[in-house]
Design a protein around this ligand. Structure first.
Ligand code: ZN
Length: 58
């Protein structure tokens, strides 16, 4: 079974908002937007998946 997460929790530092962002179609990164300022964020997934669960957008 592939237990790779479909989303990760992320803290948008720009607006201090916590939100989940989801894996993209290519399954090589998590992508999302800040709900307040619409700032985009992309978190690449390394080989073996990503270990860090929290990221900060600026
Ligand atoms: Zn923001």
């Amino acid at each position: 079974m592939n237990r790779e997460n479909k989303f990760i929790g992320i803290l948008f530092e720009c607006c201090n908002v916590y939100r989940r962002i989801y894996i993209n179609k290519e399954k090589n990164a998590y992508e999302g937007k800040c709900p307040k300022c619409n700032g985009e964020i992309k978190v690449k997934i390394g080989l073996g998946g990503t270990e860090t669960r929290f990221f900060s957008a600026r």
